[in-house]
Unconditional design. Sequence first.
Length: 121
Amino acid sequence: MLTVAALQIHIIEEYQTGFGPAMSRLFNIPWTEKSFVMVFALVGPTIYTLTTLGLYYRVPIAGFFAWFIFIGPGVAEFTHFIFPALQPHVQPENLASITQNIKGTEMINMPNYYYKTTGHY
């Protein structure tokens, strides 16, 4: 249950820092705030909570999901440290948050965390 709580705190941090729109700018993909919230703040925690209940009641498939939660995000979170070193596909030299259409979707307030532009990592 502490892992689920820690994941929720992490999702709040990602939401507050514009992780979805930043990934849109970095990789030139349409990842909206709405889709970020749906997947990571609503669907994911539902699965995590059901996994907690499944472990409590010793449902075998819950063990699979538990290992996915412990190992998958643990390994994937390391990639967050790489993102500021990657040059964004959309206006890498512009420090300001921008709004632009990406593949037909208007992406609003895409921040730039590129360390060569911001001057800090």
